[in-house]
Design a protein around this ligand. Structure first.
Ligand SMILES: [Cu+2]
Length: 99
């Protein structure tokens, strides 16, 4: 079994790009069953989640979350689910922050 992000696995999802200092809103919707609690983790950046600054959010199956990011470090960064079974089954992607 594989775990995907928008149909892609292991960093093969393209098109997520922002510039340093640009405000970005991430909308995260997850699916699955009772074993599929997801913990979405951004490398290299933080997000604001209901006033809480963090780099990981918890999202229950069939629910959604929206968080805001203002990228402060340029480069190619990893986003992945921190649930080990999901991460090792492909639930990761890259996003790019332009200088
Ligand atoms: Cu997950």
């Amino acid at each position: 079994m594989k775990h995907a992000i928008n149909g892609r696995i292991f960093g093969n999802l393209k098109g997520y790009e922002a510039s340093m200092g640009e405000r970005v809103r991430w909308h995260v919707t997850v699916l699955g069953n009772e074993q599929d609690n997801h913990t979405i983790h951004w490398h290299g950046q933080t997000v604001l989640d209901h006033g809480r600054r963090t780099d990981v959010i918890e999202v229950l199956p069939a629910s959604m979350a929206s968080v805001d990011m203002v990228p402060r470090s340029s480069g190619n960064w990893l986003l992945h689910c921190h649930v080990n079974d999901h991460m090792t089954a492909g639930m990761s992607m890259r996003f790019h922050v332009l200088p």
